[in-house]
Design a protein around this ligand. Structure first.
Ligand code: GLU
Length: 476
């Protein structure tokens, strides 16, 4: 096998969707595994639906996932331009070549005429296939249409046959192309259609494998027919199953986030997200699911991708993200968590203390955005009590516990964490009529305004003596 060349070819009509992200990842993994090239191409022939903002989002999201490309619109490469709207003349040229060789023809049908044909098919209960009535127009016919002001589209003469091809993931496939009819490759406004531009680009850019979603399987026979007409080498195809939501319907916004940037914004770690997305269709040979990218690359093969659909289990993503958060080094985790602590005055703490704060709250966290709420009581002089905390502070025994805790705090050496824990342990058991658990709750409620959070010893050491005493007095 020569050098592998694969691509991701997003249409910038929305933010990078997880489905496209997974396709990009599989292409990237295959390129890295085989020492090949991973290329980014922007398929923006539909000017109405494309936007610069979406292009930026797609680039940024791919980069955030670490899927850097070897050739593309921004980095260039030997087959530039990598943006379809910059090469309309190239598509024109190939369309003309196909017409000259008799593989394509001008079609002068108007929208109304095509609509009428369609209606007739529907009425006669036949599949809707273009009749091909412009296939053999004479020069006079064409001249007459032109005089009427009609502008021609260009249609490809789809051969009628049983077309077979081998798909690396789906196996042997066959299609009856007589059911497809002659399809438009250039619209009357001079823009190419997807099926045409994609072939010209994949051919010119010397793609060896086309790895993409199975929603494109039905396009593949049309594309193969164009390769054959141009006498070009047909690449290998590998179609990946769809990504379904947990309810087994198509994954869409109503199920939650679908854009990569939304997941990252919510605080999914890109490395956890990439790991999770890789498992949507691919199974590691040793069944160990949490894997670094380099290990995914070394274990990856197209043949190990499942031909079936995969289910996007949000719970599994949350679990996996939590695993990554807990195993991450505290300074790195703090660096990433800063974004979620912007509403607080973090300058009141040293870097070391901020790391202690993040480390003390990370255990139950599934996404980084939960950090904002989790660290709230570490900032500002006072805390607001939630309902549970208020109930605890209203207990008749609260006053005694809090009053006595002042002496306890005064006895603490705040630099001796172990000693502090020991004293706290002894304190909780020192009441005859108050359960140790209740003692801890009362103190926790006073210091944090809630009943769940960091280890109490961490709360003491991070807040420091003055603020601890202030909050106890306030609660009293
Ligand atoms: N622009 C197409 C899409 O986003 C690319 C399909 C393909 O990979 O051929 O679906």
């Amino acid at each position: 096998m020569g050098e592998v060349r694969v691509r991701i070819a997003p249409s910038p009509s929305g933010n990078l969707h997880v489905g496209t992200a997974r396709t990009a990842l599989f292409n990237y993994l295959f390129a890295k595994k085989t020492g090949g090239k991973f290329i980014l191409r922007v398929e923006d022939t539909d000017k109405e639906r494309s936007s610069e903002a979406y292009i930026k989002n797609i680039f940024d999201s791919l980069k955030a996932m670490g899927l850097n490309w070897d050739e593309g619109p921004d980095v260039g490469g030997p087959y530039a331009p990598y943006t379809q709207s910059e090469k309309f003349d190239v598509y024109q040229k190939y369309a003309k070549e196909l017409m000259d060789k008799g593989f394509a023809y001008e079609c002068y049908c108007t929208q109304d005429e095509l609509e009428e044909e369609k209606q007739t098919c529907i009425n006669e209960k036949r599949p809707h296939i273009y009749s091909g009535r412009c296939r053999d127009l004479s020069e006079e016919d064409k001249a007459k249409f032109k005089r009427e002001g009609r502008k021609p589209a260009i249609r490809f003469k789809m051969p009628s046959k049983i077309m077979k091809f081998h798909d690396v993931i789906k196996g042997d496939l066959e299609f009856d192309t007589s059911l497809m009819g002659d399809f438009v490759i250039m619209k009357s406004n001079g823009t190419p259609t997807y099926n045409f531009a994609v072939v010209i680009d994949d051919m010119q850019m010397a793609m060896t494998h086309i790895i993409r979603g199975e929603d494109h399987i039905s396009n593949t026979p049309k594309q193969i027919a164009i390769y054959e007409a141009l006498g070009a080498k047909v690449p290998e195809f590998a179609h990946v199953g769809m990504i379904l939501a947990p309810d087994r319907t198509k994954l869409s916004k109503r199920h939650g986030a679908t854009a990569v940037s939304d997941f990252i914004e919510q605080g999914y770690l890109p490395e956890a997200f990439v790991n999770f997305v890789a498992l949507l269709g691919w199974t590691p040979s040793d069944s160990v699911e949490i894997k670094k990218l380099e290990n995914i690359i070394s274990d990856f093969s197209l043949e190990s991708i499942s031909p079936s659909n995969s289910v996007f289990e949000f719970d599994k993503l949350n679990w996996m993200n939590g695993q990554y958060i807990r195993s991450m080094d505290n300074s790195e985790l703090t660096r990433r968590a800063m974004k979620y602590m912007e509403k607080y005055d973090t300058s009141e703490y040293s870097q070391e203390k901020l790391e202690e704060i993040v480390a003390s709250v990370k255990e139950p966290i599934t996404v980084l955005s939960e950090i904002t709420d989790a660290v709230e009581y570490y900032f500002g002089e006072d805390v607001t009590y939630n309902v549970e905390a208020q109930d605890i502070l209203n207990l008749p025994e609260a006053k005694e516990v809090l009053t006595k805790s002042i002496d306890l705090v005064n006895s603490f050496d705040f630099s001796d964490h172990d000693g502090l824990v020991e004293k706290l342990m002894a304190f909780r058991k020192s009441f005859e009529n108050v359960k140790p658990k209740t003692v801890m709750w009362i103190i926790r409620a006073a210091l944090t305004g809630r009943l769940r959070g960091s280890e109490l010893s961490a709360v003491f050491t991070i807040l420091g003596k003055d603020r601890v005493l202030h909050r106890i007095n306030k609660a009293l």
